[in-house]
Design a binder for this molecule. Structure first.
Ligand SMILES: O=C(O)C(=O)C[C@H](O)[C@H](O)COP(=O)(O)O
Length: 306
């Protein structure tokens, strides 16, 4: 599928919107959240989520949910006896914190069948993955994944990467840094969040992050910084694009992921990095006004002005 887009990673069961002991169940995971936004905003493209599933009812319901929203699963394996991971969102005001139950999730096996993985990534126009995708794999799995992405890229596919550093998922910072540096080597476009880069690399400013990514050979980088402006470098041109102000955010979960999805969708439509960032800010602003990581397609489309 030459117009196909693939995102690779883990989609968990999500618990959000707590009222007492009652929670709302949904699905989310950084790369899935981005693909969801792309699905909403790039209707002419075929999209697949590349992962591994269990054979339990929760995995089956998850696949059905994807299908309902026209999201395919390519050649993602089904692992007997495995099941999806789970996370819960707690809010302090609108600021989110996550608790995870994911250490034995099926998605950890997404690279255990190299042939299936390579097939899932064949003939793509865009592949998207993140530092979380790398963090859930063991060393051999990471190697398999990066080789498969590099092979797809050698056939002309564009690769976008969000380093999305989650300290809890890594044994130590040196391992995280080494793996994320490898991720950057196969990326045409990087979409990091400044706070993560500051944590992991000690960058002094978003501009310092841009410079480091340029030195790493990434052609286009967008550094997100919460409700502040993003800074962009595109073949050595630098821009800043102010964020859309939100008076009363409800839940900031998934804002960065939605930004990435909208930015990529606008770039696929041939828009400039600056215009893409303006639209992406509006979409991120819409996502912080809903609970959980995924906003309904209509809300995303309205914000994007599709
Ligand atoms: O942490 C993980 O592993 C997840 O994938 C859960 C969340 O859905 C995303 O992390 C949300 O990401 P933000 O856009 O940074 O709010």
């Amino acid at each position: 599928m030459a117009d196909g887009i693939a995102a690779i990673g883990e989609c968990m069961i999500e618990l959000s919107g707590q009222t007492g002991h009652t929670w709302r169940m949904g699905y989310a995971g950084d790369t899935f959240n981005t693909l969801w936004t792309i699905r909403a905003l790039s209707p002419s493209h075929h999209v697949d989520y590349v992962t591994a599933f269990g054979n339990d009812p929760f995995s089956q319901e998850q696949i059905a949910f994807f299908r309902e929203h026209d999201i395919g699963v390519a050649s993602s394996p089904v692992v007997p006896g495995a099941r999806p991971g789970l996370y819960a969102i707690r809010l302090e005001g609108a600021e989110r914190s996550f608790t995870y139950w994911r250490s034995d999730a099926a998605a950890r096996q997404l690279a255990s069948n190299p042939i299936a993985l390579a097939k899932s990534l064949e003939e793509r126009t865009l592949i998207y993955f993140s530092g979380i995708t790398l963090a859930i794999l063991d060393t051999a799995g990471r190697r398999t994944l990066l080789q498969a992405i590099a092979a797809a890229r050698a056939h002309g596919c564009h690769v976008a990467f969000d380093p999305n550093y989650r300290p809890r998922l890594w044994p130590d910072t040196a391992t995280a840094r080494a793996a994320i540096d490898e991720g950057l080597k196969v990326a045409d476009l990087a979409l990091p969040t400044f706070a993560d880069e500051q944590d992991l690399y000690g960058d002094a400013s978003p501009e310092a992050t841009l410079e480091r990514l340029e030195r790493a050979g990434v052609a286009e980088s967008v550094v997100k910084n919460g409700e502040r402006e993003v800074v962009i470098s595109h073949y050595e041109n630098i821009f800043a694009v102010p964020a859309t102000r939100v008076e009363a955010p409800i839940d900031t979960t998934g804002a960065g992921d939605a930004f990435n999805g909208a930015y990529l969708s606008a770039r696929l439509l041939g828009q400039s990095p600056k215009d893409a960032a303006r639209r992406a800010h509006r979409v991120a602003a819409a996502v912080v006004q809903v609970r959980g990581a995924l906003a309904p397609f209509e809300i995303l489309r309205l914000a994007f002005e599709l």
